[in-house]
Design a binder for this molecule. Structure first.
Ligand SMILES: [Fe+2]
Length: 147
């Protein structure tokens, strides 16, 4: 199959989004200190956005005639992100951690644009271009917060 590697990397991306979805809940619940109210709400916005994205990626894999990973077992085997223990964390430290994961996601998104183009798939490339733009913008916001 021509796009075998693209599908494989899309499933890794899907696994990472699922991990990110859980991790953003972890921060939403476990942050402590000044800025709680603002970041609590921000993490909710982020995980709601991530769940829309992961659904689009999974459905794109189906449209391409393949099968998306759909179990926690597969996601944990495929992910390149690390899970976070269930423990309190200071607001600013949480933003630093989320920024690290978003940097990984941004770089992976750029790679997926290239893989999609190489597979001759402008629709998938366009989908990932939109995600790259989103991650890039969120990274700017996190850098501004941490400055
Ligand atoms: Fe909540």
């Amino acid at each position: 199959m021509k796009n075998e590697n693209l599908i494989k990397e899309m499933n890794v991306y899907l696994a990472n989004l699922n991990l990110l979805y859980v991790k953003l809940h972890n921060y939403h619940w476990n942050i402590e200190g000044r800025g709680f109210f603002q970041l609590h709400a921000t993490y909710e916005e982020l995980y709601n956005h991530v769940t829309e994205t992961l659904d689009e990626v999974a459905e794109r894999i189906l449209i391409m005639g393949e099968r998306p990973a759909a179990s926690m077992k597969e996601y944990l085997a495929l992910t390149t992100l690390k899970e976070r223990e269930s423990s309190p964390i200071a607001v600013e430290a949480s933003v630093r951690e989320v920024k690290e994961d978003f940097e990984v996601m941004y770089q992976d998104t750029l790679k997926l644009i290239t893989l999609s183009e190489e597979a001759g798939d402008p629709i998938t490339a366009d989908m990932f271009t939109g995600y790259a733009s989103e991650f890039h913008k969120k990274l700017w916001m996190m850098r501004a917060y941490l400055a």
